[in-house]
Design a protein around this ligand. Structure first.
Ligand SMILES: C[S@@+](CC[C@H](N)C(=O)[O-])C[C@H]1O[C@@H](n2cnc3c(N)ncnc32)[C@H](O)[C@@H]1O
Length: 245
């Protein structure tokens, strides 16, 4: 881990506590196919759409390509990438969510033996720890789906800078966009039962984020690519692709 800033470490510890203890069961259920209430159903639908969007920005055939699923949670995106042949390193602060991810990976149906197509499933290695750990190595692609949304802008930018040094082709990440309506939606989160409250989201202006990233990584060969906002009920997140030329 080469981000030792005290503010970052404190935030990371709150996030780990939330996902590993407070909300581990909630996340396991939300990311399963088990029924959930109406509010969470909108979040699940939004997240499914976000995952599909991010996957649509990655190559159809990822045979042998290295992908980092940064803050993988229960591993849904990792499993999609594995089906495209990717070699996935999946890491999350929460050891409990990693265990759920490992179990889900182990229960993937085996590839049919009677197919004439070359099986192209890759593999994934799940571990618990910090996605910014330099020991994870280098990647063709890094995806951080909703894993940077609880950090404020300086930590988010620092995280993208660190990851950009280890990535050859593209980084796809999401952030909570700042706008007046969302400020109200986030304030409404204060009325949720305490057990359901996540660490505060840190909405960030895309304009400010762009200026900061242009200053820090554009001169290293990076440029911005696609961006799209997914809004479904209680879920809103902005996906952004940055590409190395
Ligand atoms: C909202 S969940 C999203 C999980 C997964 N990407 C998905 O979309 O299903 C955010 C996850 O990011 C993880 N996370 C946050 N900061 C992290 C860090 N510095 N290193 C590793 N994981 C982190 C959290 O533990 C949590 O599981």
């Amino acid at each position: 881990m080469n981000n030792s800033d005290q503010g970052y470490l404190e935030r990371r510890s709150q996030i780990e506590h939330y996902f590993d203890r407070t909300a581990a069961k909630t996340w396991e259920r939300l990311t399963s196919t088990d029924p959930v209430g109406k509010i969470r159903a909108t979040v699940r639908a939004g997240r499914d759409e976000m995952r599909a969007t991010l996957m649509s920005w990655l190559p159809e055939d990822m045979s042998g390509m290295r992908l980092l699923d940064a803050g993988c949670g229960t591993g849904a995106l990792s499993l999609c990438a594995v089906e495209r042949g990717a070699h996935v390193t999946a890491i999350d602060l929460s050891a409990n969510l990693i265990q759920v991810a490992r179990n889900r990976y182990a229960s993937l149906s085996p590839l049919s033996k009677n197919t004439f197509e070359t099986p192209k499933r890759g593999w994934v290695e799940f571990s618990s720890g910090d996605m910014l750990d330099p020991q994870l190595g280098e990647f063709d692609y890094v995806v951080g789906m909703d894993s940077l949304i609880h950090y404020d802008a300086p930590d988010l930018i620092n995280g993208i800078n660190i990851l950009s040094e280890r990535t050859k082709k593209a980084i796809l990440f999401t952030f909570p966009p700042r706008n007046p309506f969302l400020a109200v939606a986030h304030a409404m989160g204060q009325f949720f039962p305490r057990s359901d409250r996540s660490p505060t989201l840190a909405p960030v202006s895309q304009h400010k984020l762009r200026s900061a990233l242009q200053k820090s990584i554009t001169n290293k060969g990076w440029s911005e690519g696609k961006t799209t906002r997914i809004s479904r009920g209680f879920y809103t997140s902005q996906a952004w692709e940055w590409v190395r030329q």
